[in-house]
Design a protein around this ligand. Structure first.
Ligand code: ADP
Length: 274
């Protein structure tokens, strides 16, 4: 981490053979408020290509808001977000930054996939079609190619034999694995994971985390994760950012954060969740 020299600037720099050092996500002085509640406060951070970054911290500290801003489900009040060098909700015109049109934002957002707490599968479609839908209708992929990709992804998440099931015929863990396959089918450069196991029965959590570990260790996709599963965070993360009240109070390798945290708030948080 280069955060030591400037605690406000959090940059992921650990060695990862798949990364080329390119910045895939960049938050510059991002502030987000809900009424009087400043949820993110002048936040700077970057995630380099191929890295897996986990956001931890108490409930309400702003972690999910970061993911929702990246999906443009929320708008920043101040500051800018860039994805692979492109402004997400701004465009440069005549040397000035102006609010971007919907088409620009849609194109930039295609680089991002997200898996939510609730799986949000289309209930009226079989599993295979759930995964093919967006590649065909959003990316314009041919049906055969989309189907081949969907089958490969279902194999990857261990559900190659459930193509013809409807979501309600699957367990929550299986539905979440379909949701992971569906997000990957759009070939995003960044995968956002928002507490993806928190709605699951405890016995189904491990299967989903194993699939994500496998994806983290065998693909070069960049991951930005919000989780309360600290062992999982330790296994997959290149960097961990500890949030408190809309700011990163501490960041570093999982070994550093989990074994030797510097900040009292981090110690308190970890002793409550570990
Ligand atoms: P975390 O993911 O760390 O639990 P969140 O990003 O979900 O935190 O929320 C941060 C703060 O923003 C909380 O105080 C929450 O109540 C508030 N908040 C989140 N979404 C909204 C919303 N749509 N309207 C008003 N307040 C919100």
């Amino acid at each position: 981490m280069s955060a030591d020299s400037n605690p406000g600037n959090h940059t992921t720099e650990h060695t990862n053979p798949t990364a080329d050092g390119r910045e895939l996500i960049r938050f510059d002085k991002v502030t987000k408020r809900f009424g009087d509640n400043t949820v993110l406060d002048n936040l700077d951070f970057t995630v380099a290509a191929g890295k897996h970054v986990t956001l931890i911290g108490p409930s309400g500290s702003g972690k999910t808001t970061i993911l929702r801003l990246l999906m443009t489900l929320l708008k920043v009040d101040e500051g800018t977000i860039r994805v692979d060098g492109d402004y997400l909700t701004h465009e440069e015109k005549g040397g000035k930054l102006v609010p971007a049109g919907e088409r620009h934002t849609r194109e930039v957002r295609k680089k991002i996939g997200m898996v939510f707490q609730q799986f949000n599968l289309f209930p009226n479609m079989k599993v295979l079609r759930n995964i093919m839908e967006a590649p065909v209708h959003v990316l314009g992929l041919g049906k055969d190619e989309a189907e081949q990709r969907a089958r490969e992804l279902l194999d990857l998440v261990g559900l190659g034999d459930r193509c013809d099931a409807y979501p309600t015929q699957l367990s929550g863990g299986q539905q979440q694995r379909v949701a992971i396959a569906r997000a990957l089918a759009m070939r995003p450069q960044v995968l956002l994971l928002d507490e993806v196991t928190s709605a699951l029965d405890p016995e189904l959590v491990a299967g989903v985390l194993d699939v994500l570990r496998d994806i983290a260790h065998t693909t070069d996709i960049t991951m930005l994760c919000v989780t309360h599963e600290m062992n999982f965070a330790r296994d997959i993360s290149d960097d961990v950012l500890m949030f408190d009240a809309g700011r990163v109070i501490e960041s570093g390798s999982p070994d550093k954060i989990f074994s030797d945290p510097e900040h009292e708030r981090t110690r308190e948080f970890l002793s409550a969740v570990l």
